[in-house]
Design a protein around this ligand. Structure first.
Ligand code: SAM
Length: 202
């Protein structure tokens, strides 16, 4: 974590941007429907965290009020092309660990393969807690560390490699959500115990 957060820690995401849509087409084919259904629960002004190249934008109606944030300029550049025809969508380059929004700004928050990637996930989640309105909900699609006895050490080992060019595979996102102060109101396994949908409330 700390060792990866040097002053160019986000450069790996800038480098990944160009091939990101191609690399992730399988994820969208496999889980797109689950994501669309889950994210349709988001209401009002919605913060879409780590929007990336905008693969999740089609899962929201065109008039949904969205603020998409990401740390990577190259990701946002590609996402901007997918915003054509979306009058109520804004994209902002910002670190989720140090958000520039006022307290209680958003009605809903959506994250999608976000907390495998944020260097200090609890700090990022604390910021999301701060900017969400009381009673507001966060909807998450995240891959997490498995509890399957042979899978967990394998995911730890693979993370030693994947963290240098992309996500960490062994995050305990459910626990991190609780550490940040949220109440976990729903948790659904959609692939073994490794790909999950979470609903959390402030
Ligand atoms: C695995 S990609 C997921 C992108 C998108 N949500 C999707 O599912 O297609 C992770 C994204 O998190 C962004 N990211 C990583 N750390 C971040 C941070 N601290 N603040 C904002 N965005 C961050 C990266 O730039 C990248 O776009």
């Amino acid at each position: 974590m700390a060792e990866l957060k040097d002053k160019h820690w986000w450069a790996k995401w800038d480098r990944a941007a160009g091939k990101f849509d191609f690399m992730n087409r399988g994820v969208e084919l496999r889980f797109g429907k689950d994501k669309q259904e889950w994210f349709s629960r988001a209401k009002g002004l919605t913060l879409l965290v780590a929007v990336g190249t905008g693969l999740d934008l089609p899962y929201f109606t065109k008039d949904h009020s969205l603020v998409g944030i990401d740390i990577s300029k190259n990701m946002l550049r590609i996402a901007a092309k997918k915003c054509e025809g979306r009058k109520n969508t804004k994209l902002i380059q910002v670190d989720v660990e140090t958000l520039s929004f006022a307290d209680n700004s958003f009605d809903s928050i959506v994250t999608s393969c976000t907390f495998c990637s944020v260097p200090d996930p609890v700090q990022g989640l604390k910021e999301l807690y701060r900017v969400l309105k009381p009673g507001g909900k966060m909807y998450m699609f995240e891959h997490v560390q498995s509890n399957i006895f042979w899978m967990a050490p394998m995911m730890d080992a693979m993370t030693l490699i994947t963290r240098h060019f992309g996500p960490e595979l062994n995050r305990r996102t459910g626990k991190n959500v609780l550490k940040a102060g949220f109440r976990l109101t729903e948790e659904v396994n959609i692939h073994l115990d490794m790909v999950k949908l979470f609903e959390a409330e402030k």
